[in-house]
Design a protein around this ligand. Structure first.
Ligand code: SOE
Length: 387
């Protein structure tokens, strides 16, 4: 692989912008990495995609993803389209010899996710899945503390991802609320991140049991959507919400730890509270994405008179990625998680290895998502390996 990697990206809205920003920022802050060349961006709406190409800095625009994957000046196909398009694009792109970078959740179903992995492996291409929260320096620090045994044996992992952008019953029926496009609701959108963090920090899950609810069953059809905002008319046509508004589940990990998970879009005041807490024999760790530069850490071995949670700001040279950015205490944000993600992709390509997290992680996440769904449908504990 050369020092340059030519990218073709499908989707130009929320994630398209986040990824575009990452490609642009990477060479400035991580000049040692292979350089992403923003060759082509693709979207169905010609005017929209051309505007995005100009605004984000792409060399060209396409309106048909099939044309994009046929181009011989593209090395990586970056898939940011809604979830129902992931499988077809990934399979065709892998067969065309392109490396893959796909947003989460990997697919609508476990069967599709497994197929994507199999086709990518058979084609011998690299594959990455967009679990961006792994790339927050404070999360990297949590991982280091766990791996070095500084928290001891893990007893508990509890995680919650809370949002409130659809709490208004008149918020329109956007694609994220339609099962055939999104696969699931809060479960696959938010829960998927928590499941991935649990896999990353604690390990594999043995069994799960869950519950879910769709609080608002019908909503007005949307007339437009950008990011997480949408317009629709109260008096216009309405349609059924076919995904979960909230899903909660419990797990027993293979290493004996216990886990609890809550993903909801019905938590007023919580815009993007992606949090976890780990309790181990030697201490505890707490993370909250809304304070993403901080990690709360407690060590049982601290002297008794100063015991308590300490607030570590993960911006010192001792922390992952920090030296490339700003002086200590000069914090970074959401968009930087994507820069670090793209850094991993570029390094993996340069080193001729699979990036992490890759489609194996995407499949593992999908397996838990579906095990939880099955446990809800059958009202019982489900072994993750049943699927
Ligand atoms: C919307 O719920 C959303 O943007 C998710 O799609 C992202 O994956 C998550 O990181 C933040 O919330």
């Amino acid at each position: 692989m050369t020092r340059e990697v030519r990218i073709g990206m499908i989707g130009y809205k929320f994630m398209g912008k986040a990824h575009s920003h990452a490609y642009r920022d990477l060479p400035m802050f991580f000049p040692q990495a292979a350089k992403p060349v923003m060759k082509a961006i693709c979207g169905r709406n010609a005017e929209g995609v051309q505007q995005a190409a100009r605004q984000f800095g792409w060399e060209s625009a396409e309106t048909d993803w099939f044309e994009l994957i046929r181009r011989d000046d593209i090395d990586v196909v970056d898939i940011n389209a809604p979830s129902d398009a992931h499988h077809a694009i990934a399979v065709a792109a892998a067969r065309a010899g392109k490396h893959l970078f796909c947003e989460k959740p990997l697919a609508l179903t476990l069967a599709d996710a497994r197929d994507m992995l199999q086709v990518a492996e058979e084609a011998g291409v690299k594959h990455m899945v967009g679990f961006n929260y792994r790339f927050a320096p404070a999360v990297r620090l949590a991982k280091k503390l766990v791996d070095e045994g500084r928290i001891g044996q893990i007893y508990h992992f509890r995680a919650w991802f809370l949002q409130d952008w659809i709490v208004d019953p008149e918020f329109p029926l956007v694609w994220r609320l339609q099962k055939e496009v999104a696969g699931s609701g809060s479960h696959g959108d938010l829960g998927a991140h928590l499941i991935d963090l649990a896999h990353y920090l604690v390990g594999d899950m043995r069994e799960v049991i869950g519950m879910s609810e769709t609080f608002i069953k019908e909503r007005p059809m949307p007339s437009s959507m950008t990011g997480l905002s949408a317009q629709g008319s109260k008096d216009g046509p309405r349609g059924p919400v076919t995904v979960d508004d909230a899903t909660l589940f419990l797990t027993r990990f293979e290493n004996g730890a216990l886990g609890s998970f809550e993903a909801t879009r019905f938590a007023p005041g919580h815009r993007c509270t992606n949090s976890f807490e780990i309790n181990g024999s030697k201490g505890s760790i707490k993370f909250d994405f809304e304070r993403m530069n901080e990690l709360q850490v407690y060590f049982t071995e601290d002297a008794e008179d100063v015991q308590g949670f300490r607030r570590v700001i993960a911006t010192d040279p001792a922390h992952a990625y920090a030296e490339a950015w700003w002086p200590p205490g000069h914090t970074i944000g959401y968009e930087h998680t994507f820069v670090h993600e793209v850094l991993e992709l570029m390094e993996a390509l340069k080193e001729d290895r699979q990036p992490v997290p890759n489609f194996h992680d995407g499949v593992k996440c999908q397996q838990v998502l579906e095990a939880v769904d099955l446990s809800i449908a059958e009202r019982r504990w489900v072994g993750v390996n049943e699927l």
